[in-house]
Design a protein around this ligand. Structure first.
Ligand code: ARG
Ligand code: ZN
Length: 860
């Protein structure tokens, strides 16, 4: 059953207050809910219809008296209510049997909740929609010894003991909020406390709750929280409005983290870190996710979404904010490169596949299927384009205006853009197309230099075959012109606004044939078709002052070489690699001190297979894989001395810190190692194994393990020992075990599927834990060459896993089903296998709605 944006109507009833009494007992949890209701004066009279799921209804009363009601499995309807009344419902729920991890559920150390998007209805009868905002008071009761910590949103009001060794605690949240921001926790947890003083002098009590024994893995997240609070004050003038800000980490969690008001609940993956168990990337991700959830307190909580179609209103904006925070905190140049790499690896394929949708979808079957790269990452790109078009200061004024207009409200994407328009005077009418159309636009560029007039004419044309019509987008295109010797031509840096289907821009006083640099800083999420010559790209790689486009020039060079080689290999020929590419790579390696090790590491990382596959109409994954590997090996051969020399010289001798400077050095050094193992031999095996054994931090240890795990030779003593030792050492650190699974599922070895199958039976694997499934199964689905094996074995395996999981955890199963998104890009033989696997899933009796939507669209 499909839900449409165009069918939105405001709620017929408003809920001013919600009083919850939650009693955690041996045979279930009893939830008594008291809601004060009144008719919405703006809407014609309607019965009250509440949402519910898997609730055992024990009692219903209105104003203290029994009242007739109509209950179905998913709704409770009450007729003939007075215009305002108090509704009390009592239900029993079974959190111990809640394997979907939506609503209230049991995890190792206690009870946790996840209510976004529609989990609150699994806790009590309620109008579970984000435009119903209420003030909540919550009382929890539980056994004191088993669940010493009792938390809910807001401020602690009172607590005490009860009979039979039980205790209780009451929390009151002074802020009106939608039900999806509700949270409670009852468990045995350790806590790290701190405080933050806001710019205006308010003191906020900070607390991070984790599994007992993990306190030494919390300081980084705490520091990240304080940095986020400070950054939001400085960049956006936004202060924390809370007295208590709590983060609770839980090992079983479907997504990354959740911004519940004052009581964030996080996947442990984005909280726990210590140098010996977390990599540089983990540390940086924690900064970003902690900031993301904190930033939601304004962009999401103070101003929330009117309906779930508006999800990007809060997610796109908040991702943009966390990206900017990350860029300020770490390394702006590599941050942007990584964002775009991620966008191309995940969002571009999504936008070209069966699940393509606008950042504001117009319909959905299951909203959980739309927490996507499009809504989040493309959504952030759309916000970034707004800032690019109007400038940073006007953008800040627009944010101020947004809060001035909408604080405390549930609003739409149009409301956000209207505030930006009001503050800047910019006309966003045409720009709104970015909210309404799926698909990645393409820009075709053509340049013409006229010697006589000393002018350069750049013609840009746009298209989007996935859009519903041919109307043009408004696209910000940052450009600059360079001389052949790499000088920036003065006055050539411009921000073009491409608003027509085809448009020409003239640059005057261009005395020589220029090298154009287009889409600097990736000013729009589009494909760029431009016939730049290898010579021009080499100039940009060496001289472009915008680090993104310098990197991009290298990616474009490598992409063309790999795609051409892939065709050669498919035709049975051996690719030849031009010396100029090797020279450019050598120069990059030599310039690491000036250009930064982190940048050089990014520039020497070849484009990923998934990204490359999008550029080919019929993908031969084996040929593509062979082509990319062949280029890696060629670089390794030609630059062996450089790689070995840098590997030796880049050692970080100071004590570990995740600083971007150190992280950059480690990244480049480990990239050198990964090139060195390209020609496998005893010496490099020993080199990697020595690093594996001696590393004092997870970044280096894991990089060595990954290098060994990728060695193709049937036997490799060092590989086997490293994998065995790693597991033996880290088997009690769940997040490190995830790394161990993932390094095997993403290996390029031909026996990877067999390994993954064997690991599903390993004690380390657990179908009940989403992180384990993502690490082993979903990561395998992203292993282009192994998942898309010609015999269909990868597809058959994935179908089995989806069916094993769909009932137990539909959200996670549905994410696995997304591994089939690109099945139509392969040859007929592979397509037949994929189609058979998809049909097997689709035809399964009682398939969950989440998975059904994905496989139906994939097959359709
Ligand atoms: N709002 C959360 C975040 O971005 C994500 C929650 C998604 N949950 C879900 N069940 N789809 O930070
Ligand atoms: Zn978010």
């Amino acid at each position: 059953q499909t839900i449409y944006l165009k069918d939105y109507t405001p709620p017929a009833w408003l809920v001013d207050t919600v009083d919850l009494d939650v009693s955690i007992e041996a045979d279930g949890t009893v939830v008594s809910a008291t809601q004060t209701l009144r008719r919405n004066p703006a809407v014609a009279d309607q019965p009250l219809v509440l949402d519910g799921e898997e609730l055992e209804t024990l009692a219903v009363s209105v104003d203290g008296r029994e009242h007739p009601y109509l209950a179905s499995a998913t709704s409770l309807t009450l007729n003939d209510l007075p215009a305002s009344c108090t509704l009390r419902t009592v239900v029993r729920i079974q959190p111990d049997n809640n394997t979907r991890l939506s609503g209230m559920y049991r995890s190792k150390d206690g009870y946790f909740t996840q209510c976004e998007a529609q989990g609150f209805r699994r806790i009590t009868w309620f109008m579970d929609r984000p435009d119903v905002m209420s003030t909540y008071t919550v009382t929890l009761h539980a056994d004191r010894a088993t669940f010493p910590v009792l938390l809910a949103n807001g401020n602690p009001v009172a607590s005490g003991d009860e009979a039979n060794g039980r205790h209780w605690a009451t929390w009151a949240d002074p802020f009106r909020k939608p039900a999806y921001l509700f949270a409670l926790v009852a468990g045995k947890l350790d806590v790290l406390r701190d405080t933050f003083r806001t710019a205006s002098g308010r003191e906020v009590q900070l607390a991070i709750y984790v599994e007992p024994g993990k306190l030494d893995q919390c300081p980084h997240a705490m520091a990240a929280l304080k940095k986020s609070m400070k950054w939001d004050e400085e960049r956006f003038g936004l202060e924390c409005d809370l007295d208590h800000y709590m983060i609770v980490a839980v090992g079983d969690f479907n997504m990354g983290a959740m911004e519940n008001k004052g009581l964030n609940i996080f996947n442990t993956k984005y909280v726990l870190a210590r140098p010996d168990v977390a990599t540089d990337v983990d540390f940086e991700n924690i900064d970003r996710v902690v900031a993301h959830e904190y930033f939601h307190n304004w962009t999401g909580n103070r101003v929330t979404c009117r309906d779930w179609f508006q999800l990007s209103l809060k997610e796109g904006l908040t991702v943009f904010r966390d990206q900017e925070f990350g860029a300020d905190l770490h390394n702006r140049q590599t941050a942007r490169i990584r964002e775009v790499r991620g966008l191309r690896a995940a969002q571009f394929p999504e936008d070209a596949g069966p699940m393509a949708h606008p950042i504001r979808p117009e319909s959905f079957v299951e909203i959980n299927n739309f927490y996507t790269a499009t809504v989040y990452e493309k959504g952030a790109e759309v916000i970034r384009m707004i800032q690019t078009l109007i400038g940073r200061d006007a953008f800040r004024a627009g944010m101020d205006e947004y809060f001035r207009r909408h604080d405390g409200q549930a609003v739409t994407c149009e409301d956000f853009v209207a505030a930006m328009a009001a503050a800047s005077g910019f006309d966003f009418t045409q720009f709104m197309r970015w909210y309404r159309q799926p698909g990645t636009p393409r820009i075709a560029a053509d340049g013409f230099w006229d010697a006589d007039s000393a002018s350069y004419t750049l013609t840009l044309s746009q298209s989007n075959p996935r859009a519903s019509d041919d109307a043009p987008y408004l696209i910000p295109v940052r450009v600059a012109l360079f001389a052949a010797d790499g000088r920036l031509l003065p006055g050539s840096e411009r921000l073009l606004q491409l608003s027509a289907s085809s448009q020409s821009f003239v640059f005057e006083n261009v005395a020589e044939e220029p090298v154009p640099s287009l889409l600097r800083d990736f000013s729009a999420p589009v494909y760029l078709d431009f016939d730049d010559t290898p010579e021009q790209l080499t100039v940009l790689l060496a001289h472009e002052s915008d680090p993104f486009n310098a990197w991009e020039a290298g990616q474009r060079l490598a992409t063309r070489l790999i795609l051409a080689a892939s065709t050669e290999i498919a035709a049975g020929r051996t690719p030849v690699w031009p010396a100029s590419f090797v020279d450019a790579a050598r120069q990059l390696l030599q310039s690491h001190a000036e250009r930064g090790a982190a940048f050089v590491a990014e520039a020497l990382t070849l484009p990923g297979e998934t990204t490359l596959a999008e550029l080919i109409s019929v993908v031969d994954p084996d040929a593509l894989h062979a082509a990319r590997n062949s280029l890696s090996r060629h670089l390794a051969e030609q630059l062996e001395n450089e790689f070995a020399g840098l590997y030796a010289s880049l050692t970080v001798s100071e004590a570990y810190t995740p600083s971007s400077e150190h992280a950059g050095r480690r990244a480049l050094r480990n990239l050198c190692l990964s090139y060195l193992v390209e020609f496998d031999g005893e010496a490099v095996r020993e080199l990697a194994f020595k690093q594996f054994r001696e590393a004092d931090n997870m970044t280096d240890q894991f990089a060595a393990l990954a290098a060994l795990a990728n060695i193709n030779a049937a036997d490799c003593r060092q590989r086997d020992s490293a994998l065995a030792e790693f597991y033996a050492r880290w088997q009690d650190e769940a997040l490190v075990v995830d790394k161990w699974l993932q390094v095997q599922s993403t290996s390029r070895r031909p026996d990877t599927l067999a390994t993954v199958k064997a690991l599903t039976a390993h004690p380390a694997f657990d179908l009940g834990n989403p992180n384990k499934i993502y690490a082993l199964i979903r990561a395998f689905g992203a292993n282009l060459v192994r998942f898309n094996a010609a015999d269909g074995s990868g597809y058959a395996f994935m179908a089995e896993q989806i069916l094993a999981l769909h009932d137990r955890n539909p959200q996670v199963a549905s994410r696995l089903a997304r591994c089939f998104d690109r099945w139509k890009k392969f040859d007929a033989g592979r397509q037949a296998h994929a189609q058979a696997a998809l049909r097997r899933v689709r035809d399964h009796q009682g398939l969950s709605r989440d998975v059904l939507e994905v496989v139906t669209r994939a097959l359709g």
